[in-house]
Design a protein around this ligand. Structure first.
Ligand SMILES: [Zn+2]
Length: 502
């Protein structure tokens, strides 16, 4: 009933992962960890979109056979788990998982049985980068608005899906909020698009053009399933939709939350096409689509073709998992793109973690050992600090429900700020404070423990180290820097940005 199924988009494996992939994975990871902390049953899925034609193109350009190329890059995505401290329960690969092809075939047959397919010759402008057709009106100066290249004219006979049939039902789901899109700016864009009317779209490609790569259309081996259809299906195929796995019933077909975390470039596929496929097949819709904007780095778009990529593994190797996760959660705007620089990463980590929370914990433990031998009874924080502590869990719940990581991390910072103000006004280090020392230290330790616990979905590693120091009960460990300053490491060895660029 209270289940939470959360997914990322599956990434193209035409190149290695960059910082934008790390953003989406870390966001979904926080939602998953937070829901688990609140006692909800959680399943967190990620994976790779192996079947895209752009993978075939990239493999040819690299002079490697497609299978070897795709396997190599997919492994690099799966290997983000440790450096980013991700907690996904499942990783699907659309070319390598038997459950995926079986699920795609079943979804296709259900939509066919609903009478939603027909054959048509299609002439259009196709962008291989997007794997989609554009109309002339949608182009920017004749170029694909995403890739800024001229799409190629293509004429071919394909299977079409009757998307137009589902316009009213999709609109109703969006307007009623049963299919929630956050933030509102993205929801409004989708509503405007759907209100403009939906046109049927092509859902297969000639197998010859796909170089034999992809999933054959059931009953028509001359065609392969359009990669977007194939890719979207992963959210149910990974649950064993095609193989009779009870996971499908538990996580998709029962009441509960089904959330997709995606980038703004693919909202239409998730908020329009995907619901239509599900309606056609008689399946429930997702309940939430949570949309992040894009990252740039050093003022330019993250792009393999321009060489402006930031390797998240190198970044965590140099600055630590906590600093990278913290930047990804603390800085990116909810709406609007955000520019990454190593200097900003360091300023955030040193300001909020080393100087803020880390320093608060350190000086509290120092006092506890200097005056009480590490033994302090926990007490309920009074006044403004108490209020901030009481409000913290609810503030985080609301912020994460709204897919607002800045607000969630603000809430943590508010308690740290109140605890520092409390310490400054009570001045427990002065001899005159001796009679209230236990009460003040006990309140500070209670506040620090609460922050550490609520921080754990955001920074699982740092929170575990905080817990090692703060412990539970009336005895704390000796102080030790939990978030060492990282700023000093940069100036040696030249530009830090170069060290992590691929
Ligand atoms: Zn494009």
């Amino acid at each position: 009933m209270n289940t939470f199924y959360v997914t990322t988009a599956i990434a193209y494996v035409n190149a290695a992962p960059h910082l934008g992939h790390a953003l989406e994975l870390v966001q979904a990871d926080v939602l998953a960890r937070h829901a688990r902390r609140r006692g909800r049953p959680v399943r967190f899925l990620t994976g790779t979109d192996d079947n895209a034609l752009k993978n075939v193109t990239a493999a040819r350009a690299a002079g490697v056979d497609v299978r070897t190329f795709v396997d190599g890059n997919a492994a690099r995505f799966a290997a983000l788990r440790e450096p980013l401290s991700l907690s996904f329960d499942d990783f699907i690969r659309t070319s390598a998982d038997a459950r995926h092809a079986a699920g795609v075939a079943r979804l296709w047959r259900e939509c066919a049985a609903a009478g939603d397919f027909y054959r048509r010759t299609y002439r259009g402008l196709y962008c291989a980068g997007c794997e989609q057709f554009w109309t002339a009106a949608e182009l920017t100066g004749g170029l694909c608005p995403e890739h800024l290249v001229a799409p190629e004219p293509v004429a071919e006979e394909n299977w079409f899906f009757r998307l137009s049939r589902y316009t009213d039902r999709i609109l109703e789901s969006l307007e009623s909020g049963r299919l929630r899109i956050e933030p509102a700016a993205r929801r409004n864009e989708v509503l405007a698009f759907v209100r403009g009317g939906l046109t049927d779209f092509s859902v297969s490609r000639p197998a010859a053009r796909a170089g034999g790569w992809g999933i054959p259309v059931p009953g028509d081996p001359e065609q392969v399933v359009y990669v977007w259809w194939d890719a979207l299906a992963n959210y149910v195929t990974a649950l064993g939709y095609g193989t009779g796995d009870p996971a499908h019933q538990r996580w998709w077909a029962s009441p509960g939350e089904r959330a997709h975390v995606i980038g703004k470039g693919i909202v239409r596929f998730h908020a329009v096409y995907w619901p239509a496929l599900l309606l056609s097949a008689g399946l429930p819709l997702p309940t939430s689509i949570l949309v992040h904007d894009h990252l740039s780095a050093n003022g330019a778009k993250l792009s393999k073709s321009t060489g402006n990529t930031i390797d998240p593994v190198a970044l965590t190797g140099r600055y630590g998992t906590d600093a990278v996760r913290w930047w990804l959660l603390r800085e990116p705007a909810r709406v609007g793109d955000t520019d990454f620089t190593v200097e900003r990463l360091i300023r955030r980590a040193d300001g909020d973690l080393a100087n803020g929370l880390g320093n608060l914990v350190n000086r509290t433990l120092t006092l506890a050992w200097r005056h009480r031998g590490g033994r302090v009874p926990e007490t309920v924080p009074p006044g403004a600090l108490g209020t901030a502590c009481d409000r913290l869990p609810g503030r985080i719940d609301r912020a994460l429900h709204d897919f607002d990581f800045r607000a969630a991390t603000d809430a943590l910072g508010a308690v740290v700020g109140e605890a520092n103000r409390f310490a400054e006004s009570e001045r427990p280090w002065e001899p005159a404070a001796a009679d209230r020392l236990d009460a003040v230290l006990g309140a500070l330790i209670a506040a620090c423990r609460l922050v550490a616990a609520e921080l754990s979905p955001f920074l699982p590693d740092g929170a575990a180290r905080l817990h090692d120091r703060l412990r539970t009960g009336d005895r704390v460990a000796r102080p030790e820097p939990v978030f060492p300053r990282i700023g000093g490491r940069v100036r040696k060895g030249g530009s830090a940005g170069q060290a992590v660029a691929q």
